[in-house]
Design a protein around this ligand. Structure first.
Ligand code: SF4
Ligand code: SF4
Length: 445
């Protein structure tokens, strides 16, 4: 079957040595049982073996063996993958599918030059803007002006948005209301615990998170300090590199990882906290990312061992239960890189369930990708829309007041889907709800 799949997908012959060979052991873990197939959103939607985890593993291995070329078809199937890692959760053999697909993409980016404008765009986004808080902030400035002058409302209401090219129109429709300024200067580098200090934690504030979701970072700090944490926010931290790794820009991600490791080595903390699922999954894999680097590999593992997703951290400590009532129906959507990338499933639900007045309602296929997947909704809008529609159908059935999810990409994607349906359902990070509950106590007469 392997040969047949490979021929169908690529129609090709032999080729040079591949860096995938260094990860060959991971191919051997796969016993071709197919138990991952029903968990794979692209296989479920398209019904093609080449768009299943097993099919892609066959393709990558055939390429690593030199049995096929890096054809357009090969590239198409490798990039059609969401990198959602649902196949990892389903796999009984423990195949590290995520690292295989990420290495395969890095190899594609090395072997196949993109057009000049694509190269410039990727350089600008992955190597210039995301790694630099200052430059990213500048890049967001025109968007802030566009919104603060009311132009976004005008463009949307007048139908002018429909005149934009499709990709730009999709990106415009996804853009949330930006905070008036980024986090820089809003939070102090060290924020004391409220009451007795029990822990000292570092906080990763993220790149896009810092610009678009300032309020979630503020809520995270509030919740941590309410729970006895002194929070340290090192100014020199940088983007984690997750978007780069998913897009084949592995070397840039390695460079960013080294910088973050150095920065966090200068502070003595019990844990390094992250509130974005996509970033957290990579931060916990810095050891693997820098495997073979004699100077950083051990340090990377030490760093990764300290990284805790905010839900994970709060679930491990005796939480401050002094919360006010919220009285809302909440549907929880599992972000792929939290549930499949970090196996964090119960902790967010348990935290939400401890907020007085919160009723957790069932969300069908809660751990099925919403189509956001890093920049997938921009690069593959058709598949992303199919998955979003599926998610929104389930949300409508659950009839919640709030959808809660622990990843900024999912937040934007689901917000966008609900806005298009005209549904007034809030989409929040669970820490925002926890923060509301703590604030509610303070407002009590
Ligand atoms: S990846 Fe895992 S579940 Fe999928 S075919 Fe291979 S062994 Fe089976
Ligand atoms: S990462 Fe997601 S989309 Fe890709 S093969 Fe695995 S389950 Fe399918």
């Amino acid at each position: 079957m392997t040969e047949q799949i490979v021929k169908m997908a690529t129609g090709s012959s032999a080729l040079p040595t591949s860096t995938l060979k260094q990860h060959y052991d991971k191919f051997l873990d796969c016993v071709h049982c197919g138990l991952c197939l029903p968990a794979c959103p692209t296989y479920d939607e398209l019904g093609l073996e080449m768009d299943s985890p097993r099919g892609r593993i066959h393709l990558m291995r055939a390429y690593a063996d030199g049995r096929i070329d890096m054809t357009d078809n090969y590239v198409h199937h490798i990039y059609q993958c969401l990198d959602c890692r649902a196949c990892e959760s389903a796999c009984p053999a423990g195949v590290s599918y995520g690292s295989l697909i990420e290495v395969a993409r890095a190899e594609i980016e090395k072997q196949r030059p993109r057009s000049a404008w694509e190269q410039r765009l990727r350089h600008l986004v992955f190597k210039t803007l995301l790694p630099s808080a200052g430059k990213l902030s500048l890049a967001f400035l025109p968007l802030r002006i566009y919104q603060s002058l009311g132009m976004q409302k005008l463009v949307r209401r007048s139908g002018l948005a429909n005149l934009l090219p499709k990709q730009l129109r999709d990106m415009e429709s996804m853009m949330p209301r930006l905070p008036s300024r980024s986090l820089k200067g809003k939070l102090k580098p060290v924020i004391p615990a409220r009451g007795e200090r029990k822990y000292r934690v570092g906080l990763i504030t993220g790149c896009v998170m810092n610009e678009m979701f300032t309020h979630i970072n503020v809520a995270t700090v509030n919740v941590l300090t309410e729970n006895g944490c002194e929070v340290v926010i090192p100014e020199m931290q940088t983007c984690c590199g997750a978007l780069q790794v998913h897009s084949g820009e592995r070397e840039t991600a390695e460079m960013l990882a080294r910088k973050n490791i150095e920065v966090f080595e200068t502070i003595d903390v019990d844990a390094v906290i992250i509130n974005s699922a996509g970033c957290g999954a990579l931060l916990k894999e810095y050891g693997e990312l820098l495997e073979g680097d004699p100077i950083y590999q051990g340090r990377a593992q030490t760093f990764s061992n300290k990284v805790k997703d905010i839900h994970e951290f709060l679930a491990e400590i005796p939480i401050n239960e002094n919360m006010g009532e919220c009285n809302v129906r909440v549907a929880y959507h599992d972000a792929c890189h939290l549930v499949h990338g970090q196996q964090i499933r119960e902790q967010p639900r348990s935290l939400l369930g401890r907020i007085p007045g919160v009723e957790l309602v069932d969300l069908e296929e809660s751990d099925w990708c919403c189509g956001s997947a890093g920049i997938y909704n921009i690069t593959h809008p058709e598949m992303a829309t199919r998955l979003l529609n599926r998610k929104i159908k389930h949300v409508k059935k659950a009839k919640p007041d709030i959808v809660a999810t622990g990843n900024p990409g999912c937040l934007l994607q689901i917000q966008n889907g609900l806005r298009q349906e005209g549904k007034e359902i809030e989409v929040l990070h669970p820490v925002e709800l926890l923060d509301r509950a703590y604030q509610a106590v303070k407002k009590k007469p």
